[in-house]
Write a protein that binds this ligand. Structure first.
Ligand code: NAP
Length: 274
């Protein structure tokens, strides 16, 4: 092999292998769609090397390629946040980076909108597993690296459902209250360490998949959630807020930020022009 061949081979390896980087590193869970994907784009544009994770490989790989094509840095890693062994292996693999600075716990969502009387216990369990235990898994696994960075951020994407209830929402509301409590308690427990805990609680966000997933693929039911609402939040509105909160100076902690569309005054009071 000539020197030129060796250089070409090394360059090819560098193009395919996730490379170490001097940029601060931000891990985003649930980056294959909606708010997570938008947050990955925003954080990459803000100078982070984004590690985009989710279960759907094709989507996070396409996102990472898109971010790289825009001249920013991103790596894709398939991860189911409910799988503790996979989360631990993922965390161990992050040691190829000099530091891990930001964790955006975004993976989650709602399943069903039944009243308590008829709600499906299995769906309640799955929502708790993803929104709470998933957040717990990834936070526990990355906390040592975030602390070692000397300037870490844990962000929990909860919801206004984590702060107040609504009819038909109990299973999701209970799970998001769990995520809210996790963030609030962690902040108490790690005060004095160089890690801040940010909670962003959005109201109505019109993302491609959230309501369709909630209503098991029923797009008509999903569309009714946003019917007549002039401007529900977009994924990028929330991502903008995430990037803003994360890029405040290290000593500034946005504890809890509620973001809703102007047309929504509470979980149950929404202005619709029908
Ligand atoms: P979305 O488009 O449905 O995104 C959910 C993301 O979570 C997907 O990328 C999905 O990716 C990932 N995910 C689900 N289960 C996972 C698992 N077990 N392991 C890893 N990733 C998993 O919904 P979104 O609207 O962007 O919501 C993002 C977050 O914001 C959620 O936590 C949601 O509860 C919260 N939120 C949404 C709204 C809203 O109105 N849309 C309002 C407040 C809060 P894969 O399927 O590829 O794994």
């Amino acid at each position: 092999m000539t020197d030129a061949d060796t250089t070409a081979a090394a360059a090819a390896d560098a193009a395919t292998a996730p490379s170490a980087t001097d940029a601060p590193v931000a891990v985003v869970t649930g980056a294959s769609s909606g708010i997570g994907a938008a947050a990955a784009r925003r954080l990459a544009a803000a100078g982070y090397h984004v590690v985009a994770t989710a279960r759907r490989k094709d989507r996070i790989e396409a996102l990472a390629a898109e971010i790289e094509a825009a001249g920013h840095r991103a790596t894709a890693h398939v991860l189911d946040v409910t799988d503790r062994a996979a989360v631990d292996a993922f965390a161990a693999g992050l040691d190829r980076f000099p530091a891990v600075n930001v964790l955006v716990n975004n993976a989650g969502g709602a399943l069903g909108a039944d009243p308590v009387a008829t709600g499906d216990p299995d769906e309640w369990r799955r929502m708790y597993e993803t929104n709470v235990i998933g957040t717990l898994h990834v936070t526990q696994a990355l906390l040592p690296a975030l602390t070692a960075s000397g300037d870490g951020t844990v962000l929990v994407l909860s919801s206004t459902a984590g702060l107040a209830t609504y009819e038909g929402g109990a299973g999701y509301v209970a799970a998001k209250h769990g995520a809210h409590v996790l963030a609030e308690t962690l902040r108490l427990e790690i005060v004095g360490t160089p890690v801040r805990v940010i909670e962003i609680a959005p109201g109505m966000v019109k993302t491609e998949e959230f309501s369709t997933t909630r209503f098991h693929g029923d797009t008509e039911k999903a569309a009714k959630v946003y019917a007549g609402v002039a401007e529900p939040l977009t994924a990028d509105d929330v991502a903008d807020t995430i990037a803003w909160a994360v890029t405040r100076p290290s000593h500034v902690n946005i504890d809890l930020l509620v973001i809703r569309p102007r047309a929504q005054a509470s979980n149950t009071k929404v202005h619709r022009e029908l």
